[in-house]
Design a protein around this ligand. Structure first.
Ligand code: SAM
Length: 241
């Protein structure tokens, strides 16, 4: 998915990764993208709470020497000031314990290091991006029915407020567009409709099912009319000083 963000690739090429930590690595999509753009790392560490996702990341990134950590407990078993660069990519809206995660990232980053935050936003979106945003909100709602913490996406202002409240200084910021063409494509629309149907049908025994189906119908109508693409991302380079 990150391949569609050409402007993100440019930002990443300019990083001096050094001792590098990807926090919330998931299945390794972002880490794979970073390592394809930039080889300025000395060490690579990747943390997540979900062991199944980390298995996928290990498989995807088998050619790299990466220290994977699966742990819910903070602080992690890592020394303070260990990292020159920490990335947090599309993970903010998955964090139930934002305050303690930011305290941990501030403990782990070197005094002159950079914490890079990149996150899809929900404001000022073109129609195809709105389709994705609404699809994502449906997925987040289903995750919550399963007891998984997953919020909808935030506005750029909400994210900047969170970062400032966490005591990080925003050194630079950019809104990075998705370069994908957004003309409705019949095959893609049909595939997305199947994904949306499968997502809702799996909840058919829940009392929330009718409401989910209604939301799904409305998203599919929007999808057919405007197509879909992943929303623009807010990119923040932050420091602790
Ligand atoms: C949407 S995924 C992003 C994965 C990756 N950064 C990427 O962009 O390809 C968000 C990840 O955050 C992880 N996560 C949620 N809370 C976490 C926490 N407290 N510590 C570490 N990872 C966490 C989830 O398990 C999930 O894999």
């Amino acid at each position: 998915m990150y391949k569609e963000y050409h402007a993100l690739a440019l930002q990443i090429k300019n990083l001096n990764l050094g001792e590098y930590l990807e926090f919330g690595c998931g299945d390794g999509g972002f880490l794979d993208f970073v390592l394809a753009q930039n080889s300025s790392y000395k060490t690579i560490t990747a943390v997540d709470i979900n062991p199944e996702s980390v298995d996928k990341a290990q498989e995807k990134l088998a050619g790299h020497d990466i220290h994977f950590i699966v742990d819910k407990k903070l602080p992690l078993d890592l020394k303070m000031n260990s990292f020159s660069t920490i990335t947090l990519s599309n993970t903010l809206h998955h964090l139930q314990n934002k305050e303690s995660v930011f305290a941990e990232l501030k403990r782990l980053i070197k005094p002159d290091g950079e914490i890079i935050i990149t996150e899809m936003i929900s404001n000022e979106l073109a129609r195809p991006e709105q389709t994705y945003c609404r699809f994502h909100a449906l997925r987040a709602e289903v995750d919550r029915l399963h007891g998984i913490f997953h919020e909808t996406t935030y506005t750029a202002n909400e994210i900047q407020e969170m970062i400032s409240e966490a005591g990080l200084r925003i050194r630079s910021k950019a809104i990075l567009l998705n370069a994908k063409e957004a003309v409705p494509d019949k095959i893609e629309v049909a595939e997305m409709e199947t994904i949306i149907d499968n997502l809702t049908q799996a909840e058919s025994l829940r009392p929330e099912f009718l409401a989910l189906e209604e939301t799904a119908r409305s998203i599919k109508a929007h999808l057919r009319q405007y197509g879909i693409k992943r929303p623009r991302q807010l990119y923040l380079a932050t420091t602790t000083y």
